[in-house]
Write a protein that binds this ligand. Structure first.
Ligand code: IMP
Length: 183
């Protein structure tokens, strides 16, 4: 597949950095109450899209946490889900009998989250809670949902705040939609 031309689209504002920060603070409060009694919480980020979200979220969590990462196969350079999920990098640590918070950037078709939940549950964590910054419910193909969602968004391709289009735009501090320019 040829490389997309990054000069052929613009990114239009959808969710500001300020709105993201405020929502993360509220989500962290909810997570603190869910895991108030937890002694061993492992926060698992799904690479690479959640790297910015997880780093801001854990800074708001007033709990003893460990941080670990898992990487799944992605869309590659396309805008379409491959539906077949592969684990490219597994957790470093054990999660058996520990509390686990999965941190995902977007739940789209749901295939990635369904696969990761099944995998992590097979390792017998004490509790498994999923939080996702963004949710596109209109795109769902499998019956899965995050326990905590930052923002529900329409069926549009988004970038920024860790989320990419063909590896670009992850560094934007806000979330925007990709709009292709007319030829
Ligand atoms: P799902 O398996 O279809 O739910 O896709 C989940 C993954 O696809 C997310 O973790 C993202 O990495 C990627 N993804 C889904 N929607 C978008 C989008 O709008 N922009 C960029 N990546 C996306």
């Amino acid at each position: 597949m040829s490389e997309p031309d990054h000069s052929k689209y613009v990114v239009k504002d959808l969710i500001s950095a300020k709105a993201i920060a405020a929502r993360i603070e509220a989500m962290a409060n909810e997570i603190e109450s869910i895991f108030a009694d937890s002694q061993q919480l492992v926060v698992v980020g799904l690479l690479r899209g959640s790297f910015m979200f997880i780093s801001d979220l854990v800074r708001e969590l007033n709990l003893p946490v460990e941080v670990d990462f898992i990487e799944t196969s992605s869309y590659g350079d396309s805008m379409e889900s491959s539906r077949e999920v592969r684990i490219l990098k597994d957790l470093r640590g054990e999660i058996k009998n520990k509390d686990v918070l999965v941190v995902e950037d977007i739940v789209d078709t749901g295939h990635t989250l369904q696969h990761v939940i099944k995998l992590l549950n097979s390792r017998e964590p004490a509790r498994l809670v999923v939080c996702a910054l963004l949710d596109k419910p209109a795109r769902r193909e499998v019956d899965v949902q995050a326990d905590l969602v930052g923002f529900e968004i329409p069926d549009e391709f988004v970038v920024g705040y860790g989320i990419d289009y063909a590896q670009r735009n992850r560094n934007l501090p806000y979330i925007g939609t990709v709009k292709f320019l007319d030829d």
